[in-house]
Design a protein around this ligand. Sequence first.
Ligand SMILES: Nc1ncnc2c1ncn2[C@@H]1O[C@H](COP(=O)(O)OP(=O)(O)OP(=O)(O)O)[C@@H](O)[C@H]1O
Length: 301
Amino acid sequence: MNLLEAKKLQKKYGEQNVIQGIDLQINEGECTALLGPNGAGKTTIIKMLIGIVQPTSGEILLQGKSNQEMKHIVGYLPQHPTFYSWMTGKELLAFMGGLSEIPKPTLAKRIPELLELVGLSKDGHKPIGTYSGGMKQRLGIAQAIIHEPKFLIMDEPVSALDPQGRRDMLELLKVIKEKTTILFSTHILYDAEELCNKICILHQGKLLVSDSMDQLMIKHQQPVFIIKAPQNKEWLNIVSSGELVQEIEQAGNMTKVHVKDIDRGREWLLETIRQTNLPVQKFELVQENLEDIFLRMVKQA
Ligand SMILES: Nc1ncnc2c1ncn2[C@@H]1O[C@H](COP(=O)(O)OP(=O)(O)OP(=O)(O)O)[C@@H](O)[C@H]1O
């Protein structure tokens, strides 16, 4: 079922057209990664979706109604959440729950459950000023979902965390996404690949892609042959001009050849190797991952 629909969304700051007429649809149950280079407009879109920045034009609907009217179904974790460092985790949740007008008896049950969920049961009574970055981020998630929103929106929730903090956050989001629709922006494509079933790629305020992960892979994933051999200009010239070749990347004695067709590409590459007597040390077929596809699309845009 359709949860969010943004139509012809546009945002101008002065003369700068930061978001250039975007259509975006999110269905219930989806976990969506919003990807894009620095300055692509991810934060601006997120702020418009949650209603703290007004679009210059266009419309944002949540369950068919204006997003301003439907704020209560959204939970939000900003890119740089700020907390009162003297408050304890529990006090913060009680405060946020109060702002959401959650009745006290409900909160008394919900707060320990949430602290348990985000792995802060033992630390709920400590001042937030003593928390690590990862603990603060998990507390941020707890405050974002205290009112049990249908839709959780996060702006780069993992970017500032160390590897263990990132792993904890990913495991937490895996649990939350069972019951909650999620959209988050990130630069960490491995996380998006692990967690999400939908990918949106934003570049200079335009959506290059908005597709399920499966469709994205079917439509855009290219086979790549990795060939390790001493550098050889004659071979590289032949391969560079091959009509089956989409793209070549070379670094040292490694060459990555993106081809249009696996079987014909393999036969032809092996033929070029025989022709030039290239002393190959490695010949391997791999499929592109999300990062490869993202980098290629942004480069070609
Ligand atoms: N309040 C503002 N006033 C003027 N320009 C702004 C404002 N907010 C954002 N911008 C500009 O809009 C563009 C998009 O910024 P935005 O923060 O949305 O990108 P982003 O994709 O989230 O970037 P990052 O990955 O670096 O966080 C940038 O050029 C930025 O300078």
